[in-house]
Design a binder for this molecule. Sequence first.
Ligand code: LMR
Length: 400
Amino acid sequence: MFETLTPIPPDPILGLTEAFKKDPNPNKVNLGAGVYRDAQGRTPILRCVREAERRILENEESKTYLPIDGLPGLADVVQGLVFGPDHPIITERRAVTVQAPGGTGALRIAGDFLARTRPDVTVWVSEPTWPNHPNIFQAAGLKVRTYPYFNPHTLGVDFEAMREAIAHIPRGDILLLHGCCHNPTGADLTPEQWEEVARLAAEQGFVPMVDFAYQGFGDGLAEDARGVHILTEHCPEVLIASSFSKNFGLYSERAGALTVVTSDTQATEAVRGHLKKVIRANFSTPPAHGAKIVHTVLTDPHLRRMWEEEVAAMRRRIHAMRHLLAETLQEKGAPRDFSFIVRQRGMFSYTGLTPEQVDALRERYSIYMVRSGRINVAGINENNVDYIAQAIVDVLKNSV
Ligand code: LMR
């Protein structure tokens, strides 16, 4: 049955990690998958997470199933994080939040929910976007189309083109937006641009869905939620996929959540019913450990403060590495201006390098990055920045 199956190429992002591990070059650098790394190149377990785990292990009495929609109390802390405490959406009970196995799991629950309730919708994704977005929604059976987002000349958002395209999105379709730290470009909408998108959504009747995988990595936990707030002010229905992989460093625990904002409590309960059907048929009930960590940290004032400081430290380090890379490239005589790296937000930067230049960096220098030219800025540190910058300059000067 399986002899004639066509071989599938490695995943464009996670496949890089597999190739990197096999590379014997001692100078190799991994700027591929979006995983935070500290100044020593490690992906640390946050201190608040270690402490929460200690408490969980001490107090846990059972491994019985969680409810289908997730750990009791998780929804409250997630909504507090996304909307801010005591937001009207919370007090009026206009949102339902279900636990999900990571941000990807949240997006897939959203896709399955839409396929079940509104099978004809098209999901509009930015061009470019995270390569897994189309996979997720197509696997759920939905149509996926793109809208322009990025200007390769300015290396910033091409808002005119985006606005023009989304003004024609039909009523009931889904517009996928990145809440902050756009993946892969690092180029985010300004508050005025969010306003315009929200206004168009309300006018046209399409529904925004926000991939909110990097809350806290842009300008701050509350600041990064600005786009979501603007959308919910204008639009009665919004879907939000949260991930705790990055801001809690819980990559392997698969902790995330899907929040669906509706127009009233009755709709919220109907949505919850459908989401539970989707979850039950997919993975039955979610895994407990990561969700317990998030809940423990966010409900304990001391751990929460510790977490906010640790997120701020990760954000500051990434920002410092943006400056360091841009400066080092200039010092080494880069034949083009890289100051845009400093303006971009979050873990990623779109360097403008071509796929051939990316291949050359991997083959000649064992520097791994996504073929779109995306780098994970958190992979840079004081020890490897000279090597990376020199390699980029060499490749640009001897352009392939
Ligand atoms: C990334 O974009 O590198 C991360 O979101 C990891 C992944 O799953 O692709």
